[in-house]
Structures are given as C-alpha cells and as structure tokens.
Ligand binder design. Sequence first.
Ligand code: BTN
Length: 335
Amino acid sequence: MRPSQPESAAVKPLTFAVLRLLSDGEFHSGEEMAQQLNVSRASVWQAMRNLDEAGVDLFRVPGRGYRLREPLHWIDRDKIRAGLGDRAGLFDLEIADCLASTNSRLLEKAVQGAPHGSCVITEMQTAGRGRRGREWHANLGGSLTFSLLWRFNQGAGFLSGLSLAVGVALMRALNQVGVSGAGLKWPNDVLHQHRKLAGILIELQGDMLGPSAAVIGIGINLKLSGKVLNRIDQAVVDLHSIGGDVPERNFLLANILLHLADVLNEFDEGGFSSLREEWLKHHAYHEKQVLLILPDGSHHQGHLLDVADDGALLVRTAVGKQRFTSGEISLRTVA
Ligand code: BTN
C-alpha cells in the first residue's frame, strides 16, 4: 500500500479560505490573497503548499500569481435541496470542508441520536476509510464523499444484502445522469471496465433483534488528480475519463439520495429479494470464473452462479455449490 495522504493536508480553515478565493479559476497573487484574508504572505504560501499536498492542481505563473487548473464547484446546501425538490425534508444535511471520514462523523452522530436521513458530506477526508481496512483516497472537488444514516425497525440480521441494494441505487442514479457502461461487483463496488468507479462502506449499529441503523458511506471518483491516482494501489477510473460530461456534484448527490431513499424503503419492506433481478442486470462478473478471497485469507476458485435473495454469493467450486456472505472477488483468467 502506498503512503497515505499527509495528515496535515489542507485541513486548516485558511487553506479553504484561499481555495474559495481561487475557485473562480482566475489568477490571484499571493499578496492580493494575503490582503483579502488579512494574513501574512507566508501563511498564504503555506496554504498553497497544503492544497498541493491535497491533490489540488495549481498553476503558478511568476508575475501573475496562482490559478486552479479549472474552477471548483463547492458542495452547496441550496443546490442539493433544489435537486431533492419536494423530498428535501427527508434529509438532514451536514456539509463540512474537511473531516477525517464522513462515516466516522455520522457514526458518532448516530450514537447521539441523529435522525433517520442524516447525511454528512465533506469536500475532503483526511482518513477516508474503505472496506477491509483500506484507505479511500479522493481529491478536493474531484470526488463525491458522503454518508447517509438509515434507521431500520428490524435488527442487523435483516440487513444482509443491504450493500447490494445500495449498489442498485447508485446504478439508477448514474444511469439517470447519463453514465453508461458501469456495472456492479459483489458485494458493492461500482466498476467501469473492471476498474473501480465508486465504493460503498456500510457500518451497522444495533443488535440482531433490532432496531438497527446503517451508516452508508459512498465515494465516487469524478475527476481524480494525478497526485491522488499515485496514492491508489488498485485499478480505478473516474467519470471524467469514461467520457461525457461530469455531472455537477450537487445535482449528482441529490439524485443519489433520492434513489437511495427509494431503494432503502423498498429494502425495509422486503429485504434484497425484490431488488435482486435489477442487481443481476448490472452484474459485471455474472457467470465468470472468479477467485474469492475470504476474510480468513482462504482462497476459493469457481464459477460465479448467482446472488441469493439475502445477497449471498453463490459459486460452483470444486466441492460443489457454495454460499459466501463475505469476501473479495477478482476475475480469474482461465487458460
Ligand atoms: C470501498 O472500499 O470500496 C468503500 C469505500 C467507501 C468510501 C466512502 S467515502 C465516504 C465514506 N467515508 C468514508 O470514510 N468511507 C466512505
């Protein structure tokens, strides 16, 4: 694994104040920014360094100052609410410049009684978390990173298959904003031509008998900077390189939230089974030879048959048809 993003990267409020001045995409001199923000030029210079470390693409032209490679569009409560329309009241939005992780933040809020539909969105995470203890890397303005809290009357035992259901919501939203060619990999990656476009991290609270709560964390690659790409040790892709227009982040987020609400309500009524057919239509590895690595490190090779009504993966291995409820799959090229 490559070294993680420096903890100090772009976490200071001044760094975001500088970025807000630069976000119009025009040139701004260090002196002008220092004057506007009432700080020293050295502080502005340090903020520029932090931006650079955070993966923000900056130009510096002697005599003219600094400029972003392209304008930056901020996460904006009013725009999200406009996209949510008459269902805006379903969601309680918290928008932050910088957090360690939106999942961590929302888990804390959930313990303190945050309402169903609470959503935490951040411009930047300093310790974004992926599945199986991995890090999730994203860059300012070039990613969408957020978490949604959904409360269920039923227990955590009922929530198997939830991560697959969330994948269905993501596919609906991506298709609606014109992204084509994406697919799902069990249990919940969104891929484009075998490269990862989006990831889902679900963390549960509550006991087996209920009630329970799920913190659903989603990261989508919109336009990753070269610096962030260098930190990622798996095959990834972003919406920009797939082609077509990259959807505006607030609009995309509102779309995803609306589809999540639909899918999660459906899931609440009957679990994953009614969403299974739709999931299978997007299944990137259907009927392929796969290698499955379980959390205990054991390897299982076989022919991917299906997913069950509870979201388990069904694979024909050398010992017959087997059910798997956790693990990581990769395609296995057959000689
Ligand atoms: C994966 O490994 O595929 C899951 C990645 C999930 C990343 C998102 S980004 C927003 C939320 N906050 C986190 O710390 N992780 C999730």
